[in-house]
Design a protein around this ligand. Structure first.
Ligand code: NAD
Length: 376
């Protein structure tokens, strides 16, 4: 069995799905590995390092020719999909619900697809494969660093001969994996941190990191399934926006990370809230996307000034930290491949809970229940 590591074709993607450390481990478990030339360049890994780890470095056509399993990071285009051939297995963050047309074509061509963004994350034996968590951790860290970099004052309280500066007051909205990572980082940089989430169980996690939990009078408990939040109703949303608007003005830095699976991100920081902030304040929207984000007016991959507040729409932050992100992704991918491969060959047991979540297409059909339902 041969594993092929592609060079991510999208210009905004610098990560690589397997780094030399895990390539050696795959070799030790009896697999062959081919790596597309320059695949590691975005993460500062030279082709020679892959060769030293036992991989063959090849051109893209040869990669698709030789590999039985193809690993990648980000979702594939229709053009990439055409390169795959009958019987191959593709693993990555494929976003099957967003790219149903491509998945349909892959199914028709008898490609088995494994989408790590569909992993059942609450299973403890799936934790080592949890790419969404490993990458969200990095995004949360980077969001706090970006906020500090864009803030014209200090994060920590500092006393110098030229006077004392107060610490920055930071608010983190949404305390899933990325939010908790942003809290930890902002605290390490010296900010005083407050955080809020609609899942009441997140309070203990916030407090254990030394941050204060923001009490909203209009708070509703909105835990959904699988550890995620449910979408708020129209009334709940309006009440939350109103109350947050009155509170946000006292913060210098706001980092938003709120998401609800399968829905557009909730708007948490309104135009009025931005108008109430001091000029020079910084807002980082980790949920910014083409469909909108947590902050009114934020745009992905851009920094704009709204009423004197710097609003940063985050893009692909893990890709900005490609070395750390690739190392974590590669460990997750290795854990998944080890789960999938039995005595040197791919063995797909769809009764296994991890596979039932991750495997999207197999034997020319949609085998994942959520994706099959979306297709029906
Ligand atoms: P996510 O990216 O889907 O959402 C980020 C956060 O936004 C969540 O905490 C959510 O509650 C919050 N949110 C949604 N709507 C909101 C609103 N209107 N106002 C304020 N906050 C709002 O979540 P995630 O980071 O991928 O993880 C979510 C959960 O999954 C967490 O509880 C996490 O601990 C859990 N998880 C568990 C495991 C495990 O058990 N092994 C692994 C990974 C994640």
């Amino acid at each position: 069995t041969t594993v092929g590591v592609v060079k991510e074709p999208s210009p905004g993607e610098s990560r690589v799905s397997l780094i030399p450390e895990q390539v050696s481990r795959l070799k030790t478990s009896g697999l062959d590995v081919v790596v597309e030339s320059a695949a590691g360049h975005g993460a500062h890994i030279a082709d020679e390092e892959y060769t030293a780890a036992g991989a063959a470095v090849v051109a893209v056509d040869e990669l698709y020719e030789r590999a039985d399993i193809i690993t990648r990071v980000s979702a594939l285009s229709a053009a990439d999909a055409k390169r795959l051939r009958d019987g191959q297995l593709l693993a990555g963050l494929l976003e099957p619900l967003r790219y149903l047309d491509i998945m349909r074509e892959l199914a028709a061509n008898n490609i088995t697809t494994a989408s790590l963004d569909m992993l059942p994350r609450t299973l403890s034996r799936a934790q080592s494969m949890d790419v969404l968590s490993s990458q969200a951790n990095i995004a949360g860290y980077k969001a706090a660093v970006l906020a500090a970099d864009n803030y014209g004052r200090y994060f920590p309280m500092l006393t110098t001969a030229a006077g004392t500066s107060p610490p920055a007051n930071a608010l983190i909205l949404g305390t899933g994996v990325a939010g908790l990572s942003a809290i930890g980082t902002a605290r390490r940089l010296g900010a005083v941190v407050t955080a809020y989430d609609v899942r009441p169980e997140s309070r203990a996690e916030v407090e254990s990191l030394g941050a204060r939990f923001l009490e909203l009078e209009t708070t509703v408990a909105a835990s959904g399934t699988g550890g995620y939040a449910r979408a708020l109703t129209e009334d709940e949303r309006a009440a939350q926006q109103r109350e947050l608007s009155t509170r946000i003005g006292k913060f210098d830095v706001v980092i938003t990370t709120a998401k609800v699976p399968g829905k557009t991100p909730p708007l948490l920081v309104t135009r009025e809230a931005l108008a109430g902030m001091r000029p020079g304040s910084v807002v980082v929207d980790l949920a910014a996307s083409d469909l909108g984000g947590n902050v009114a007016g934020s745009e992905p991959e851009s920094t704009i000034d709204i009423d004197g507040v710097r609003v940063i729409g985050a893009g692909n932050l893990p890709s900005v930290m490609a070395s750390a992100a690739s190392a974590a992704y590669s460990r997750n991918m290795f854990a998944f491949l080890s789960h999938l491969i039995d005595e040197g060959s791919v063995a797909i047991d769809l009764d296994d809970e991890i596979n039932a979540g991750v495997i999207i297409t197999h034997n020319r059909s949609f085998v994942n229940k959520i994706v099959a339902d979306a297709e029906a």
